[in-house]
Design a protein around this ligand. Sequence first.
Ligand code: EPU
Length: 429
Amino acid sequence: MDRIRIVGGRPLNGTIPISGAKNATLPLMIAALLTEDTLILDNVPRLADVAQLQRILGNHGVDIMVGGKRSGDSEYHGQTVHISAARIVDTTAPYELVSKMRASFWVIAPLVARMGEARVSMPGGCAIGTRPVDLLIMALERLGVQIEIDAGYVIARATNGLKGGEIVFPKVTVGGTHTALMAAALANGTSVIENAAREPEIVDVADCLNKMGAKITGAGTPRIVVEGVTRLHGARHRVLPDRIETGTYAMAVAMAGGDVLLEGARPELLQAGLDVISRAGAEVAVTNAGVRVARNGAGLAPVEVTTAPFPGFPTDLQAQFMALMTRAGGNSRITETIFENRFMHVQELARLGARIHLDGQVAVVEGVEKLKGAPVMATDLRASVSLVIAALAAEGETMVNRVYHLDRGFERLEDKLGRCGAEIERISG
Ligand code: EPU
């Protein structure tokens, strides 16, 4: 298993190109199941989760072709992926595949919408909480899908096709909203989704579905209206930049000091995150090329943060922000409201010398003068990268184990940070 070795204390200076968003790429690839034509996605990041979804789609009979390099492309340009679900040969998504990546459960919506049936393994719990799928199932039922649970599988049937309906989510859910959108796109009649997630990745998927011939209005607001169509066609779509990768590197610069351009970042996707970073004492400037983050000399100020659905502060940046606050001049409070068990990084940050007190969903971080390198490991993607951020400011060497978590969601992390002056290397094996 690969490890990452970091020696802290070096500022970051230069340019970090921002990749396409993982959490848009995954549902966009799944949306290709809705049409027999080819969906072409540009700016697809090279991530373990993307490769895993390719295997899952391949099991349904989907052909995926990754475009070759064009002249002028650097290794930082995203990939172009051609996805063709001309013939779906299998409507079962087995446990062995779904259990590796939760988002793969979402194939249930396009499969039942196009094929009239789907058999998808329940995803199970994961390192950040129980993460049930009851609301995804509710959304499908509202569109006329019959659901049965058998031997750990959700069996969805709609022999006569889906019917438009009203879906009111009692709680904001990103996966629930993706599921509802994809199913409603091919339903007979109009559907209304209330209390829909407003995340930019939802808007990106709705834009792509509209290019494929869907009739969706209101994406990005809490009320989305979908007028069902009988078929969708092929399209070409560019994945939006990753706002969580943007926020992560912004926090890395705030932590290590220096001056970095986050190239291609779109600040409007991350206003709450950028506000918090500038309140903590970093300079954040929007340029034509992206977002510039700098911190030179000034100490970090403690900031109170509560995670919330978009446009609030994202749960996917909570761990990284906690790492930053370990060096603040005072106490900060971080409240996690989305997942019940997303504080697995606390113990590992403590190994580096952080002082964090947990009380239910609230973490109080007592800023310390210095962190000291140590061997650490983490149990999920965002927790792992929070350890990298802490390590950048820790004295001496930190070894981050279980790097496969990082590879799920960060493209060439050690390369991007290394080019900006971090002392960081991957140790294979
Ligand atoms: N929930 C339910 N029932 C459901 C679905 C969700 O109770 O049927 C609850 C969840 O347990 C959670 C809350 O609703 O408490 C929100 O979950 P949501 O459905 O929004 O999360 P998700 O769709 O499973 C996506 C991202 C996560 C991100 C969350 C919240 C992808 C592939 N995943 O997950 O990203 O944290 O939205 O923004 O888009 C990550 O990238 O590291 C990651 C975990």
